[in-house]
Design a protein around this ligand. Structure first.
Ligand SMILES: *Cc1c(COP(=O)(O)O)cnc(C)c1O
Length: 355
């Protein structure tokens, strides 16, 4: 159990318009910080006014990308209460990331407690408008001023929060995806399964390329053969072919998404066949030619479910479901958002209340 000191601000910001929040534009009044060093371990947990950090220019995070992060949300339910969605999964994933990055981790219970306490302090910032939520960004940074390459001896765990808008303010429109066959996101033995900033820094160039070609996101293939589908942008991806739903296995190069895991659980619960075998992009394009590529969608906390309407691979283009959202895609979207925002019963016990 953490002892979290609270130093609350006397100058609260005015709240932004809930109908034009965007994503990651506004930040709440406070942040949570916990210091770490070798002698004391985690110590001095505190909630303080949101403000710029004081950081040494030689801090290792700034030079060697020694950092990790998580992404989760707090949702306002119809009775006004606030809930989280499977926060223990984020806590455990951060432990797995930190282990790979030689960063220290909070135990699962302390991580979840820290998230609950900052959200509780910021409860007025959890928006009410349909589809809006409070995005929560926990992260760990290596703060030791040292230019030699080795694990840092000092760190901070920080949580900031940002009220975010409905992802689909104009309805769920399927996105156009460019299949990347030049750059790689992850390879065996690398950091693909972690949420670390470096993965994102290295993937930007493909996003820029996709945009230049008129596509919204990149579909990543495996890093060794450029043969098997892995992820779409910063989402896991699913393909419904001839009645079976395929998604890439989480074997080190794929980020184990909480949304991905929840979709698999729901599909199995509904009796829909799910396969986590590796799926070649050639099979996806062939299925499209044969009229068997029924649905394609990405999954992640930010968008929940993002339908794909078009896939371009080398010279070929696959159009999916006439650019409309598919039946399973829609059912998953309705069910997950229903559970998260508390408009549907949470039969699987995935939600956790914040006092
Ligand atoms: C965060 C993330 C996801 C989605 O994970 P969720 O837990 O569902 O939000 C998928 N892929 C990548 C690369 C990610 O960073």
């Amino acid at each position: 159990m953490l002892q979290i000191k609270k130093q609350l601000t006397a100058n609260k910001k005015s709240k932004p318009d809930e109908n034009s929040l965007g994503f990651g534009v506004y930040y709440t009044d406070h942040m949570l910080i916990i210091d770490h060093d070798e002698e004391q371990g985690w110590h001095d947990a505190r909630i303080v006014p949101y403000e710029p950090l004081q950081i040494d220019p030689a801090a290792m995070v700034l030079h060697y990308a020694m950092e990790s992060f998580e992404g989760m949300k707090a949702y306002r339910t119809p009775d006004g209460s606030i809930q989280l969605f499977r926060p223990d999964k984020n806590a455990q994933r951060m432990i797995n990331t930190n282990h790979r990055m030689c960063l220290p981790s909070l135990p699962v219970e302390d991580f979840v407690q820290a998230v609950k306490e900052i959200v509780s302090v910021e409860k007025d910032w959890v928006p009410h408008a349909e589809g809006t939520s409070l995005y929560i960004r926990p992260f760990v940074i290596a703060t030791e001023p040292h230019l030699g390459v080795r694990p840092s001896r000092t760190h901070q765990f920080i949580i900031i929060c940002s009220p975010v808008g409905a992802y689909y303010s104009t309805g769920i429109n399927p996105v156009k995806i460019f299949v990347e066959d030049e750059y790689t996101r992850a390879c065996p033995g690398g950091t693909g399964f972690t949420k670390c900033g470096g993965n994102y820094a290295a993937s930007l160039i493909s996003q820029v390329k996709a945009h230049e070609l008129g596509y919204e996101q990149t579909l990543w293939l495996d890093g060794v053969e450029h043969k098997y589908v892995e992820e779409v942008g910063s989402m896991n991806c699913f393909f419904k072919i001839g009645g079976t739903v395929y998604t890439a296995p989480c074997m080190g190069t794929v980020l184990p998404g909480v949304t991905r895991m929840s979709c698999i659980d729901l599909l199995k619960h509904w009796g829909v066949p799910v396969s986590e075998e590796r799926l070649p992009i050639a099979d996806v394009m062939q299925a499209s030619k044969d009229g068997k590529l029924e649905e394609v969608f990405g999954t992640g906390t930010a968008a929940v479910i993002s339908p794909v309407g078009e896939l371009r691979y080398e010279g070929d283009v696959a159009y999916i479901n006439n650019g409309e959202i598919g039946e399973i895609t829609h059912k998953l979207y309705n069910t997950l958002t229903g559970i998260q925002w508390g408009t549907m019963p949470d039969e699987l016990g995935w939600t956790v209340k914040v006092d």
